[in-house]
Design a protein around this ligand. Structure first.
Ligand code: G
Ligand code: G
Ligand code: MN
Ligand code: NA
Length: 250
């Protein structure tokens, strides 16, 4: 209850900020985009991570103002980066229930002066349990506008090949649990292989998350993954360090 009350004020109090984790091309190792990750600097409790407060925000409906703030801030900050560097924002199902959400996203792009193709909306497959029609229409409208759509945490939870057929998807993000597992068991290595082939079949980019070692990066390179994200490349960084990371790999 305390965390709810504090979270309700956190936006206006300026306690929220974004960190950015780079996503690189597997072959080039050049930074292509950054995933925006929400952080809360609580005045007494210190830094609180999204795994703690996003579930609270979803339960209380605060996810709507919070999620809108994230989209706006990410577009605003990404507009300062050299093109074509992109930004990816995590969006949950409830945000699509708000019929104004898609227009809000478009408005943020215009206000920031960010080309729609530089924004990716990341959804996990749990969004498809909201209302298929609403989700499909929202994603189609965003995509028609030029915004990219990524399926996050792919391979765990609700994974279904049918989602790739039924929804407009540009990118598969393979859950970070696979990065470790694929090096340990043959079964998991083959699963990663299958998911990468699935990506090729549907002509979507494939990003492997949680890449922590050169061995893992080489493993996915040989199997044709297009992008990598993880501590090997960089942990999430503050907005001030984004430019440095872009220059480093240019
Ligand atoms: O680094 P990390 O602890 O930030 O992220 C933990 C989880 O929180 C990830 O699954 C990530 O998708 C989620 N997350 C981070 N930022 C946001 C956000 O702005 N909105 C939503 N809905 N989830 C987020
Ligand atoms: O949206 P998503 O669930 O993918 O959020 C990314 C989360 O993964 C964040 O909590 C981020 O800090 C974490 N993360 C990013 N790279 C790595 C990594 O290489 N290893 C591990 N264990 N976690 C990572
Ligand atoms: Mn994500
Ligand atoms: Na993920």
């Amino acid at each position: 209850a305390e965390i709810e009350r504090d979270l309700a004020r956190a936006i206006d109090a300026g306690e929220l900020f974004l960190e950015y984790q780079p996503i690189v091309g597997v072959e080039s190792r050049a930074v292509r985009s950054f995933e925006a990750l929400l952080r809360w600097q609580h005045p007494e409790k210190g830094r609180i991570m999204p795994a703690v407060f996003i579930p609270v925000a979803e339960k209380t409906g605060l996810i709507l103002p919070l999620g809108n703030w994230v989209v706006r801030e990410a577009c605003r900050e990404a507009a300062n980066w050299p093109a074509p560097a992109g930004v990816a924002v995590n969006v949950v199902g409830d945000q699509f229930k708000d019929s104004a959400f898609v227009d809000y996203v478009k408005q943020c792009l215009v206000e920031a002066g960010l080309a729609p193709g530089r924004l990716t909306i990341e959804v996990t497959e749990s969004v498809f349990s909201v209302d298929e029609t609403v989700i499909r229409e929202s994603l189609c409208e965003l995509r028609d506008h030029g915004v990219r759509v990524a399926l996050d945490d792919f391979g765990v939870g609700f994974s279904s090949i049918n989602n790739l057929r039924a929804f407009p998807i540009d990118q598969l993000k393979i859950d970070r649990s696979f990065a470790r597992a694929m090096m340990e068991t043959r079964r998991d290595a083959e699963l990663v292989d299958i998911i990468l082939k699935l990506g090729q079949t549907f002509q979507v980019a494939t990003t492997v998350e949680g890449i922590e070692t050169e061995g893992q990066l080489e493993f996915i390179r040989q199997r044709g993954a297009s992008e990598a994200q993880g501590f090997l490349i960089s942990a999430p960084v503050g907005a001030d360090d984004v430019r440095r990371l872009l220059l480093k790999t240019e």
